[in-house]
Design a protein around this ligand. Sequence first.
Ligand SMILES: [Zn+2]
Length: 252
Amino acid sequence: MDHSVSCARLYVLHVGGFRLPRNSVAPGALNGAEPVYMPIYCYLIQHPTHGNILVDTGQGYDKPTPAGVGGPEDSVVAKLGELGLTPDDIDYVILSHMHLDHAGEMSRFPRSTFVVRREELRAAWWPEKCEGGYVYDQYKDTRDYTYIQVPDNVDYDLFMDGSVILVDTHGHSRGHQSVAVRLRNTGRALLICDAASLRENLERSLLPGVCTDNWRALESLEKIRRYERGGYRLFFMHDPDVEYRLSPRYYD
Ligand SMILES: [Zn+2]
């Protein structure tokens, strides 16, 4: 197997955010009760052989979500437009999971191939009563889209070349996954998504909000710490205190 392939570019797309107490994504956070603005990021990976890969779609602005901050100009489609791309240019959409601030604009990508864990699809289409965070209206028209259903409980080498690895980090939701990418100059990066919304989740072992499985969520935090110790650069999706090189700039 060839493990030498690198992704060409990684863009961090700032697609609005939400105003909530830190406790909502990290119960027990320091000063966690007062509402603060937390960003939502999506990621665009430009792959040398597999095209444009979007990670998550943000919240939908046609039907604003509770506590959401932003408007159509902040949507993932608008941010892609600033790079000269339309939804039809997106070959793959990897969904970390299908909560409302990640699956909000799924229906804007009917020609893309979606990459989602098997259990996550089942949770989204038929959640248990205790599983919040899914908004059926956001994806009710996507049933006939093309899906790669990623097997559960394994780390999955999407293109069999080591360039994009889907890392099992379930616990926050039934089928949550993070995304490990290899960049030529930046090195290895882990797009954590909601397995640890803030650095504080990692540093103080705080659960990433309401979880489907608390024990697995804590194991996923330890797994992410192992990735960081192993040299991965971590990208947090909702941390207002970590700064990134935002699109149109990129990591290569
Ligand atoms: Zn979530």
